[in-house]
Design a protein around this ligand. Structure first.
Ligand code: NAP
Length: 246
């Protein structure tokens, strides 16, 4: 797939799935904008991509802060003139059973995972609508479809992304902008490194393909949804879960 000279924002691209998504777009010729809260990590990620001969920039931004997000998007537009693709990837977990879940753990997860998607999508939408061009992909989760014990906040945030995606896809379709979501199963990153061994064994029993995914398992679908080949696909959630939710 060719993304030569496309401007691609990937939120939460300092680590994990987001970092691999950013690198994959860069390998296909895109100019990628790294977004994270940690300035050193964001800068190091940009420098590493440039060292490999790719085009990259970075901006430090907390996706939960709408004003901060709009300022960063304005700076990106000033510098790069347009935004072709947005990947809403930043996300966190704060797991607990409902009875033990604090209001702050609920708020934190909803703020990063759902408000963050709202903030970035809204901030880029004006430029995309004006250009009559754009692809928006948000990383949901299989948990937003199946639910999971101990993840009421996370599941609600990811189910929220799926409903948000369908609505915004309808709003933006007349301008040729597509809006889709991707729902990974369990993927090997810092997020799943926290899983206890017993939990990991239980999870594996429920994955027909017999292994956790890797970030590279997710990338193909993300690049496809951002490509011209997917111009007639909008409002969809594509599951990449090794068969977990069959
Ligand atoms: P990860 O390794 O923990 O990385 C999360 C990324 O999000 C980091 O770059 C982090 O950067 C950034 N981030 C967190 N809070 C942020 C905020 N407030 N503002 C800006 N950036 C923020 O996570 P991952 O496993 O790659 O997950 C990536 C996405 O995939 C998430 O949406 C997650 O829910 C989803 N997902 C993951 C799995 C899985 O099994 N791993 C499965 C399904 C879905 P800083 O900390 O530097 O800010």
């Amino acid at each position: 797939m060719n993304f030569k000279d496309e401007i691609v924002i990937v939120t939460g691209s300092t680590r994990g799935i987001g970092r691999e998504i950013a690198e994959s777009f860069a390998k296909e010729g895109a100019s990628v904008i790294i977004i994270g809260r940690n300035v050193d990590l964001a800068q190091a990620t940009q420098e590493e991509l440039i060292r490999q001969g790719y085009r990259a920039d970075h901006f430090c931004c907390d996706v939960t802060n709408g004003q901060n997000v709009q300022e960063v998007v304005n700076k990106i537009l000033d510098k790069h003139k347009r935004i072709d693709i947005l990947v809403n990837n930043a996300g966190i977990t704060k797991d607990n059973l409902l009875l033990r879940m604090s209001e702050s753990d609920w708020n934190d997860v909803l703020n990063v995972n759902l408000r963050g998607v709202f903030n970035f999508t809204k901030a880029v939408s004006k430029a995309m609508l004006k250009a009559k061009k754009g692809k928006i992909i948000s990383i949901a989760s299989i948990i937003g479809i199946t639910g999971n014990i101990g993840q009421a906040n996370y599941a609600a945030s990811k189910a929220g992304i799926i409903g948000f995606t369908k609505s915004v896809a309808r709003e933006m379709a007349s301008r040729g902008i597509t809006v889709n979501a991707l729902a990974p199963g369990y993927i090997e990153t810092d997020m799943t490194a926290q899983l206890k061994d017993t939990t990991r064994q239980e999870i594996l029993k429920n994955i027909p393909l017999g292994r956790l995914g890797t970030p590279s398992d997710v990338i193909g679908v993300c690049l496809f949804l951002a490509s011209q080949e997917a111009d007639y696909i909008t409002g969809q959630t594509i599951v990449v879960d090794g068969g977990m939710a069959i």
